[in-house]
Structure formats: C-alpha cells, structure tokens
Design a protein around this ligand. Sequence first.
Ligand code: N01
Length: 543
Amino acid sequence: MTNSEPIVLDALVLGGGFGGIHMLHQLREMGLTVVALEAGTGVGGAWYWNRYPGARCDIESLVYCYSFSPIIDDEWSWTERYATQPEIVRYINFVCDRLDLRKDICFNSRLVKATFDEEAGFWTLHTENGDVYRARHFVSSAGPISEPIWPDIPGREKFKGEIYHTAKWPQQEPDFRGKRVGVIGTGSSGTQLIPLVAEQAKHLTVFVRTPNFYANANNRPLTDSDQAWWMQNRTRIRERLRTSEIVGSGDVFMNEEMLATRLRKGDEYSENERREILEKRWQFGGATMPRAFVDILTNHELNDEISGFLRAKIAHIIKDPATAEIMTPRNIYFGTKRICVGTNFYETFNRPNVTAVGVKKTPIERFSEKGLVVDGKEHEFDVIICASGFDALTGALTVIDIHGVDGKTIKDVWSKGSDTYLGIGVAGFPNLHLIGGPGSPSVLVNVVMANEYQVGWISRRIKYMRDHGLTRVDVDPDYQAKWSQTVKDVIQGTVLVSADSWYVGTNVPGKAKGILAYAGGMVNYKQACDAAAERKYEGFVFS
Ligand code: N01
C-alpha cells in the first residue's frame, strides 16, 4: 500500500542497523515523532544482508554491542567470542523487542529521494514504494559498508548459472553440494565464506587479485566463567576502551602484558622479543596484530617485519608453494587493507577440491555463459560468488537522490572528495545528520561504539535546537574544509597514504581517492566533537 499524503515527522532515521535503531530509540525517548526506514524485511542493517555462510563479526561480541542500556546488558549474553551473523541479528531483534521499536520501523522501505525544502525547513523523503515523509531532521545511519559493488568485469548478465553477491545473499540458503563454484574476492567476506563453501562444493576455484593479510579468529564458545568475568569487568573494560582505545577489536581477554605493547614502539624491543610478541598475538587470534606496536603504520621497517612474519605463516600452512605464493600479499603494506579474520582460511587451500587462480597479472577478462574467462581460458561453473566488496562510507548515500540547498546533490558534492564536518554534517545539507559517515572514525574503530557516541551527540544537538527554538542547522564551509584537511593530515606519514583499498575509495571505478574515515582514533575524535558542542556547536550555523 502506498501513501501519497506525506507523513509529517520531527525526524526520519534511515537504516535499521545498530546506529539506526539506537537513534530511533533515543529520539523517541526525547518525545519526537520519528520513523526509521529500512529497505530489508527485518532489522540488522549490514548484518541483515550479509547472511553468506561463515558471516561473523571480526570484533569480539562482548564489545560489539550496545552499552547504553543496563536492561539489554543484563538480559543478553553472547555465546561465542566472535558472534555469527544469525546471533547478531537475533541480538538486534531482541533490542527492538525489548525497547518496543519495531512499531516505528517501516520495513521494505527503500529511500530513493530526499530533498531539503529551503522555505519550509523540512526534508521531503520518498521511498521506492511511493511513500512520502516530511521531516525536520533527516538522520542517516545507512551504514558505512552497505552498498555492494559487483566486480568490474564485463558480461555478468551472460552467465547462465547461479550468481550471488555476499552482501545480497538470498534468504533461502543456496546448496553448493556437487557443484563447481567460483569465488571472486578474498577480503573479509571471501575469507569467511571460502572454507564453508569448500566443505560443500564439488570443486571451488578462488580468484585472487590482491591477497590480503589474515589472522585466525581463534574463536571459541564463551564459558560461564567468561560470562561471570564480563559481568564484573564490563564497566571497566568499556571505560578503558572509551578513554584510551586499549582493548580493541579482538583483545577483550588479553592480559595487561600483551596489551601494553600497543603503547610502545617496535624498536623498544629486540628482534627476538618482537617475534615473540607477534607469535603470542598470532596464537591469541583476532584482529590484534595491527595494534601489536604503536608505530606499525608509521614505521616502514617494522611494517615490513610484521608482513614477513605473516608471510612465513602462509608458507608454513599452505602446502603447495605455488598456491602459497598466490595467497601471499606482496607490494602492499600491512594495515593498508583491513586485516581479514577467519577460521581455517589458509588450511582450505590444502583441500584437493580447492584451486587458487592468481588474477593480478592476468585479470579476469569476462563472464561467459558457462563461467569466467582468464588469460583466454574458460573456467566453467555452476555457481559464481562475488565477494567483491562495497562502495564504502559514501555509497549508501550517493545512491540516493539527495538534494540540499540550491538543488546540489550529495553525489555531486562528494564527487571530488567526501568532505564533512566532524563526519556528522555536510555544508549545504541542513538538518542532515550522519552516523558512521565519511570523516568520522566509523569503520576504523569499533563501529558500534562509535555509533553510540554519535547517536548521543546528535541527540544532544537536536535537543539543543529544540531548547533554543532553532529549526535549521547547517555546516560552516570553512569548518568543513578545516576538518577535511585534518582527516587528510592524520594519515600523513603513515602507510595509509600509499593504500589502494576501500579505505580510500580506489575499489570503486571513478571514486575520488582519499581516506574516507577519520584515522585519528575515537579519543581524539570525541575531543573534537565535545569541544565543538561545548562552544555552542562551533562550526555549525543555526537559524
Ligand atoms: O570486500 P573487500 P569485503 N577481479 O573490498 C576482489 C567488512 N566486513 O566484502 O583487493 C578480482 O575487502 C578484491 O580484490 P582487490 C570489513 O570491514 C566485515 O571482503 O581489489 N578480484 C578483494 O579481494 C571488510 O574489510 C566483516 O584486488 C576482485 C575483494 O574482491 C569490508 O567489509 C565481514 C575484482 C573485495 O574485498 C569489505 O570486505 C565481511 C575483480 N574484478 C566484511 N573486484 C566482519 O567480520 C573485486 N575483487 C565484521
């Protein structure tokens, strides 16, 4: 059923993931009329769509969840160190039920157009199925990694077999038994999916263009004593994470001795000590290697040493030297791509039914009716899986026809770089508030914690506007330019400058190259946002 009469709201929230449903709750608590739009049939955001086999969070479950509600904290317990996609979706559903949020979420509602009405000071928002909303505030929590991209290979429509993208996985799980399966992509998604598909498929061929660095998750069930320990320590651990960024994505259970190295430079240790530290982290598992020492991204020699350590692991695990070489990252610095975390990934390439095909020097030429053509040779498949990634941080918004003042579109404004102020506002787009957007720490930190902070900050600003009778907030372009420069400056001297990855947009043809997220850490980011708020939201223009 469509609704041609606009539904008038105080705020419209885009997205039914972690950030969106928290924002919905927060604004509703403040007494605003608010609706959240979600394109899927259920909540979960990226976790709703990325339901491929093996999908699992690479941040430990105990800290990949909300901390704002003691009720949720007390009533939910995670079952594994790293939560599976189904468990995360169950958690988000539980939160929705517990806070009675579902009644204000419109499912199957894909936002296609949003226009700021300068005269009225309202956003007019259109969904694909014809619903229209008028909202004073438009809060986007569309997700930093939610707009999938297909591989830039011609002829996809010609392939006659089954074809899937990991981020648009069907509700009905495909059956790979007895089938010849090809996978394009060995980022986080491919890494998680490949071992499980290999167990089913008759034969699996993995096309590898730029092998990334990888760590074993070392996943395990959480025991009763883990749960008891967490109940006692969660406040302390969260506080430590909020205030110092110690205890990150994979190290909740790390002892003080292991944690301490991340505040030290590599050359404070001897070569043997460094190797021991890396070995301990390798055994400990998870995305802990990037934070083994404080200067991994700035000290090229140290970076090479860690790369060498991880390359040696590949040579040790993968038995066939030619396959090991295809899987070995060369000519990229460690940390310029997000480290992949999985289970039995390298071991899978020792299976007799798995083949790796290097496609760096000889790229995949095209899809054919029967499969994929590489170097003139046709590889035939029943199924092709594209684990080819996302148009990160900006894609979920540029895909929507968003018009700010003077008809400017967000797509045009971001065509030369994804400028924002504090990652929260964009000059010329009044009353648009971004969660997890470009220029914020977003995917470079624990995104759920970052979202929680932004939800709080945005809510307080909306309250400030209400308390002061203000109806319109825009960004001062000078402050935006300064913040964008800060985002660029933060990575100077780091290996990220030379990166080619979704971190800098080079995975999307035609996208402007530049660091998309603020890499200065959550503590510095919060200081910048809190300072602006204390100075009556300095850098924002109210009317
Ligand atoms: O995507 P990616 P992803 N021919 O961009 C390859 C998050 N995430 O979905 O590197 C051949 O990393 C491409 O090759 P190259 C997480 O933050 C989190 O795996 O461009 N190959 C690359 O190997 C992650 O970092 C979880 O040379 C082609 C792959 O496709 C982010 O999402 C789980 C190609 C894309 O890798 C993105 O991960 C999953 C072509 N034409 C994802 N085109 C968690 O655990 C592309 N590729 C939380």
